[in-house]
Design a protein around this ligand. Structure first.
Ligand code: FAD
Length: 391
């Protein structure tokens, strides 16, 4: 049941988190505008994993039929030894994700995920204003001032402006930058059709499996996208970017050299790749609050909890934030209840997302073990659990 009062809500940022919040708040009966600094809508990057805690929200919004057309549900996750690809652990996703968590585990191209949320937002009448960079926020009014000087007033403002969030710094009254995790990710897309021409790669290109090779200080994540036509690879390694650059193209032969001692099949994949980019991975610091004391402003998504992607939960957490915000705002009877809603939102979301950020960092220790006693123990435990050995 939508709320009997309709708030005027401004969401800053049309990323996955901002769009999810907009959809949820609109379904709760509120009027939503999104302000986005870029001139065109879209998502940069390649594939993204959508775990069941996020896909079940898409299902709740009636988006599953369209989502399943553009996503792939991997049958299982296979954790492999780096040097030869031996399967150390296999955990089924199909049908287990649906039976255990009520929704499938999916892989999708970011652009398709984003386009789906944009189309739902437009269907709901949400206005997405482009080329609208928010420069200042008046937390009492509340209002925002854009870089062109225009001022927009609302009942509630949500800062969903991502990792480098300017609104986070305005809220805290100090420049609050994310910190370096010491890792970066190479992102690679390959034609699955080309892979199928090599007998050693046919299996990877044909079966929708989620594969992770684990090795010293690095891991490689691989899965099919776009109806199985594209193979997505993310290589997580120690950061080697110059300090002032966050994204850069990889040099010819760079990943081959880094992964010298790794599974020859990975090298066959690298030979099929073009235009590899590397991205620095940064984490948000835990901040004292996400909500302004006046109770008319809150942060959401990477703006307050960006994380290493090692549990594939960054965007999932942003979508959960947005979903909960709308669910809570659906229950309000008066505008005066908004500050309490924001307190509840923060109370419910902050511990969960802080836990995810910490757990994603700990996951690196498991993936990146150096060869030795600890690694052998890890592999022994995993092998004891293998459901379907063989590779
Ligand atoms: P963003 O996507 O950064 O959106 C912020 C938006 O705000 C942008 O559109 C920006 O232009 C806009 N903006 C910024 N400042 C302003 C301003 N002042 N005024 C107006 N607009 C502004 N997550 C998963 O769930 N699963 C995965 O498998 C996964 N894999 C990942 C792999 C890698 C290599 C990386 C780096 C991340 C991965 N993530 C994953 C994390 C995920 O990408 C992010 O958590 C998610 O995209 C954050 O969404 P957001 O909406 O909070 O922020």
């Amino acid at each position: 049941m939508p709320s009997p009062i309709s708030l005027d809500i401004i969401i800053v940022g049309a990323g996955l988190g901002g769009l999810a919040a907009a959809i949820s708040c609109s379904l709760a009966g509120h009027k939503v505008r999104i302000l986005e600094q870029t001139r065109t809508l879209g998502e940069v990057g390649a594939g993204i994993q959508v775990p069941p805690n996020a896909s079940r929200i898409l299902a709740k919004w009636g988006l599953m039929p369209q989502f399943q057309k553009v996503s792939v549900s991997p049958g299982a996750i296979r954790l492999r030894r780096y040097s030869d690809g031996k399967v150390l652990s296999e955990q089924p996703f199909v049908p287990d994700a649906e039976s255990d968590y009520g929704a499938p585990y999916c892989n999708v191209h970011r652009a398709d995920y984003h386009a789906l949320l944009v189309s739902k937002a437009r269907e709901l009448g949400i206005k997405i204003i482009l080329d609208a960079r928010v420069q200042e926020v008046d937390f009492s009014a509340p209002s925002v001032t854009l870089s062109n000087g225009n001022q927009l007033v609302a009942d509630l403002i949500i800062g969903a402006d991502g990792l480098k969030s300017h609104l986070r710094s305005l809220l805290l009254g100090r420049k609050e930058a994310p910190y370096l995790t010491g890792d970066l990710a190479y992102r690679v897309l390959i034609s699955a059709e080309k892979m199928r021409q090599d007998p050693a790669l046919v299996d990877l290109a044909t079966k929708p499996m989620f594969n992770i090779w684990m090795g010293p200080n690095m891991h490689a994540v691989c899965y099919l996208l776009k109806g199985g036509t594209i193979y997505n690879i993310v290589l997580c390694c120690p950061d080697n970017l110059p300090t002032d650059i966050n994204i850069a193209p990889a040099k010819d032969g760079e990943v081959e050299e880094l992964f010298t001692a790794w599974d020859p099949r990975l090298h066959k994949l690298f030979r099929l790749a073009h235009g590899i980019q590397k991205w620095r991975l940064e984490n948000s610091r835990e901040i004292e609050t996400w909500v302004h004391q006046e109770g008319k402003f809150a942060l959401l998504g990477d703006a307050c909890h960006s994380t290493l992607p090692y549990l594939a939960q960054g965007a999932a957490m942003a979508v959960e934030d947005g979903d909960l915000l709308g669910e809570l705002l659906e229950k309000i009877q008066t505008k005066e209840q908004v500050p309490d809603v924001l307190k509840i939102y923060e109370y419910l979301r902050k511990p969960r997302t802080e836990y995810v950020v910490k757990s994603s960092t700990s996951q690196r220790d498991v993936f990146h073990l150096l060869d030795g006693e600890e690694q052998r123990n890890r592999d022994r435990i995993m092998l004891a659990d293998v459901v379907m050995p063989g590779f």
